[in-house]
Ligand binder design. Structure first.
Ligand code: GLA
Length: 697
């Protein structure tokens, strides 16, 4: 073989290896569906309601938006009575003029389908479309979310309006996508007879025979045995746990098919470049968000603080939760321009806080942040909500802060092109486990989301990037997977987790793991159920705690609160990591945390709710044991760092949430793109933000 040929082969192999490494590093399938071709990689916008104002005003609104560098309007999601003033008579001319005028100001539109607000002619002529409350009362017209999502007649009206909008705007170049409905699900379900029948049919489809259902729900208990499907009630209040979990699953099915009805109508007429999304509500738990997100192009959420100030850990966790719904970037479809109107105390965020929040969203994988809402409406339920423009049509002080953030987005957007967060650590969050725990908390203090947050805070501090994903998500790319509350753990899921461990992963389980099957029935073995063989340890007994219990071991000394499980090791290669001190007698000197090597990996069980300091010790051990490295390096207290990557590029967002100025040393010289300079340190005032680009150039 000639030297030249050998060299070329070596070069090709090198290139292939480089490409493979780059792909593994970023796992990015470019382009990201959240970044709109031809538009900036990161965008800022607002919810705009032209239907509430004379057309002569629109130009000024859009001029102000353009001057602020707002690039997106979310529009029309409550405008049904203007778009279809009477049954079957549509008027979209005004909307087309508004969208096209926005386009002339370089602002793209996201169209909301208006199905959270059916018009009066609809609900009065077809009262069966109005939702029935659990107490049997049919809601009245005049608020929103007043329709029944399971009503076939209502769905037909939803299909028609969505279809008519898509016929008109599905090819409009200024329309980049669709938001289905608005924050669906918060009014949950209609408790009417037709919905009950649908629930019964859905159960029949799933269980096939009534005997099968009776067996899974163990209905001999309290004479709950059903002779036929028609006897099955909608659970209101306490009920059989199997029935309660299935009602939640049915709720997911109802909202997913409600959404699909509109997506189908839109997709028939819309260009494929137009996305579909839904604006979710963080930890709202009405339905399974992994399931409902499947048929959306990407997930979005509405990020509100309400009373008080942003808790960076909780807000970061909610971003990461939303990113996990489809395991890709997302949008913040709404966020508060200073204050809301619906909280106990509608205080204003401090100056600079909302800008920090906007940047936090970007750091965690948002590609768009929109303020709700642009201008105060002159009447209506939200007259005195935060805005960018007052009722007089001129900017309020907050407009300047939003403009600052939007100008910054526009200035540095190219640094974020094709980038997304990449984590070595995953937290598993499952709706069925969450619901199962909620139904039977055993102590009112038990809060699985608070426990998730406690793990998140400690693990993120060390690793500086954490994914939150479904327990069924692919796990191979993670060095460490932590399931703080996997209460519902059927065999199939246990096999999935065991495969991860066998292949070299480190799986950490929290209290209440592996107690239930998918029917919310107790597994006929002790916790952690099907994971027992791998751990070679089990939960002897769980205790709801009246008061804190001491803990000691290699992670440090501290306290268990709320919940404690007495573990028992059954193999010599089990290692006890924590023990309980003196408490109720049962727990005294018993194991609280155990770890064991299994396959090429490791499984660890932590049976107690740990205090913050001990959690830090636990997180240090977990990350060290799993070879997790921080994505950036040490940062001072109160500074949050996030990283987004694409092949050959890393971009860091640094935010100082502390009250003091902070000095951050960068791991090496990087471009501080907001200031346009190369540096190896950065000074951050309170709420200060820096964006550091490392692209090897
Ligand atoms: C929600 C809704 C908006 C608006 C805001 C007010 O997020 O989607 O329509 O009501 O709350 O904070």
């Amino acid at each position: 073989m000639s030297t030249a040929l050998v060299r070329s082969i070596a070069l090709v192999l090198l290139l292939l290896a480089f490409t493979a490494a780059a792909q593994t590093q970023a796992q990015v399938a470019v382009p990201l569906p959240t970044q709109i071709p031809g538009q900036n990689a990161i965008l800022m916008g607002a919810a705009w309601y032209p239907e509430q104002w004379p057309e002569s005003r629109w130009e000024e609104d859009l001029r102000l938006m353009e001057a602020a560098d707002l690039k997106v309007v979310r529009i029309a999601e409550f405008a049904w009575s203007t778009m279809e003033p009477s049954e079957g008579h549509y008027d979209f001319d005004w909307l087309e003029r508004a969208i096209n005028l926005a386009g002339r100001h370089h602002i793209v539109s996201v169209l909301g389908t208006p199905t959270a607000t059916p018009p009066a002619w609809l609900t009065q002529r077809y009262p069966e479309t109005l939702r029935v409350e659990p107490d049997g009362r049919r809601v009245t017209h005049g608020n929103r979310a007043h329709a029944s999502s399971s009503s076939p007649r209502y769905r037909e009206f939803c299909r028609r309006i969505a279809e008519q909008m898509a016929i008109r705007f599905g090819h409009n170049p200024n329309v980049v996508g669709w938001q289905i409905d608005n924050e669906y699900g918060y009014a949950l379900m209609s408790y009417d007879e037709p919905t009950r029948q649908q629930f019964q049919d859905w159960l029949k489809e799933k269980y096939k025979t009534i005997g099968n259902l009776n067996a899974h729900w163990a209905t001999a208990y309290w004479s709950q045995t059903y002779d036929n499907w028609q006897e099955i009630p909608i659970p209101i209040g306490g009920h059989n746990p199997g029935l309660m979990l299935e009602w939640k699953n049915f709720t997911t099915y109802v909202w997913t098919s409600y959404q699909q009805n509109q997506i189908d109508a839109i997709r028939k007429h819309a260009d494929s470049r137009q996305f579909t999304t839904g604006n979710f509500m963080g930890f709202f738990d009405g339905f399974d968000h992994y399931t409902i997100s499947q048929s959306l192009t990407f997930a979005s959420w509405d990020d509100y603080v309400g009373t008080g100030h942003v808790d960076p850990a909780y807000n970061g966790l909610a971003h990461d939760l939303t990113r996990g719904f489809k395991r890709q970037n997302f949008w913040v479809m709404e966020t508060q321009p200073g204050a809301v109107n619906w909280s106990k105390l509608n205080n204003f965020l401090n100056r600079g806080e909302a800008r920090a929040m906007a940047w936090q969203a970007i750091g965690h994988g948002a590609d768009d942040v929109n303020y709700w809402q642009w201008r105060s409406p002159l009447n209506g339920q939200e007259e005195i909500h935060g805005v960018l423009v007052g009722p007089d049509g001129t900017p309020v002080p907050f407009y300047d802060e939003a403009s600052q953030a939007a100008h910054e987005f526009a200035k540095v957007e190219s640094a974020f092109r094709d980038t997304q967060p990449l984590s070595q650590v995953a937290l598993l969050y499952s709706y069925d486990s969450h619901w199962a725990i909620q139904f039977q908390k055993h102590t009112e203090k038990y809060d699985d989301v608070a426990l998730l947050k406690s793990y998140y805070r400690a693990l993120r501090q060390i690793s500086q990037s954490v994914d939150v994903v479904s327990a069924y998500a692919p796990l191979d790319s993670y060095k460490l997977v932590v399931a703080p509350s996997l209460n519902v753990l059927p065999k199939e899921l246990a096999d999935h987790l065991l495969e991860y461990v066998r292949n070299g992963g480190h799986l950490v389980l929290g209290p209440r793991t592996g107690l239930k099957d998918e029917f919310n029935a107790l597994l006929p073995q002790r916790q952690p159920g099907y994971l027992f063989d791998a751990l070679a340890a089990r939960v002897e007994q769980y205790y709801a705690l009246e008061k804190d219990v001491p803990l000691y071991g290699p992670w440090g000394n501290g306290e268990a609160s709320i919940w404690a499980e007495q573990l028992k090791s059954t193999a010599p290669d089990d290692e006890v990591l924590l023990k309980y001190g003196k408490s109720n007698g049962w727990l005294d000197d018993q194991p609280a945390a155990i770890t064991r090597a299994f396959g090429k990996g490791r499984i660890t069980y932590v049976g107690a709710v740990l205090d913050d300091e001990l959690m830090e010790g636990a997180a240090a051990w977990m990350t060290q044991q799993s070879g997790v490295t921080p994505v950036f390096g040490p940062v001072p207290d109160g500074v949050e760092v996030s990283r987004r990557v694409s092949p050959g590029k890393r971009v860091f967002v640094l935010i100082n949430y502390g009250t003091e100025r902070r000095h951050v040393a960068l791991p090496h010289a990087m471009k501080l793109v907001l200031d346009g300079k190369l540096a190896d340190t950065v000074d951050l005032p309170p709420y200060g933000v820096a964006v550091a680009l490392d692209d090897g150039k």
